[in-house]
Design a protein around this ligand. Structure first.
Ligand code: ADP
Ligand code: ADP
Length: 209
């Protein structure tokens, strides 16, 4: 089964995709994580995209589509995948339909106020991509990753200005993707405003159906 998680920045796509991947064995593919790995390792791709990402702008479609196409041809995703953060534009959605089959699109709905609450308290472990929240999902030891004990950071694009940009980019460029998948009758709406466990339970039961 191939699933796309859609929703505004901070809706919980990464958090839910990771949990569903653990539960189902599907591969979790996050374009944001792939870009951030490239930035950390100072690859050519990383250098190209860093400034755009820090400002909350999208990476050009041509770069992103090729990256996902290559990733979905790798061996570990052949039993099915969860895409988190892609597609984010209508051309990306159309391109995806040419090289892969999407079975289900889970749309996580939350308000702008909740987006801001979630993103301003988000903390991440850069190496693994593990994500916490200072209030809603705190690590066992404040400021440190539960598994490695290493320090957590605040993402460079989780500052107020980038959050505002990402929300407007979402409305302009990603909402058309929702319309596209609605037309193809692939969307299931999920109210993502509950706790992490509540949202996970909802997704679990809809996947069982
Ligand atoms: P996205 O991948 O959609 O940007 P994340 O999964 O990174 O979102 O979640 C954004 C922040 O909100 C993180 O700090 C995460 O711990 C927290 N979070 C995720 N889901 C929930 C939820 N249902 N309730 C409260 N906080 C949540
Ligand atoms: P969020 O937590 O906002 O959902 P992601 O981790 O998915 O963020 O993405 C972080 C940044 O990486 C985006 O703001 C954008 O700059 C870039 N990015 C990720 N996925 C895509 C994509 N599909 N198309 C273009 N840019 C992307």
């Amino acid at each position: 089964m191939n699933i796309v998680f859609l929703g505004p920045p901070g809706a919980g796509k990464g958090t839910m995709a990771e949990r569903v991947a653990d539960e189902t064995g599907l591969a979790h593919v996050s374009t944001g994580d792939i870009f951030r790995d490239n930035i950390r390792h100072e690859t050519e791709l990383g250098r190209k995209v860093k400034e755009l990402i820090d400002r909350g702008q999208l990476v050009p479609d041509s770069i992103t589509i090729e990256l996902v196409q290559d990733r979905l041809h790798e061996a570990d995703v052949q039993l099915g995948w969860i895409l988190d953060g892609f597609p984010r534009t209508r051309p990306q959605a159309e391109a995806l339909s040419e090289f892969a089959r999407v079975d289900l699109v889970i749309l996580l709905n939350i308000s702008d106020e909740e987006v801001i609450r979630r993103l301003s308290g988000r903390r991440v472990h850069p190496e693994s991509g593990r994500t916490y929240h200072v209030e809603f999902n705190p690590p066992a030891k404040e400021g440190h990753d539960d598994v490695t004990g290493e320090p957590l950071i605040r993402r460079d694009d989780d500052d107020e200005e980038s959050i505002r940009t990402r929300l407007s980019v979402y409305k302009e460029q990603t909402e058309p993707v929702i319309a596209y998948y609605r037309k193809h009758k692939l969307i299931v709406d999920v109210d993502a405003s509950g706790t992490i466990d509540e949202v996970q339970t909802k997704i679990h039961s809809l996947l069982k159906e």
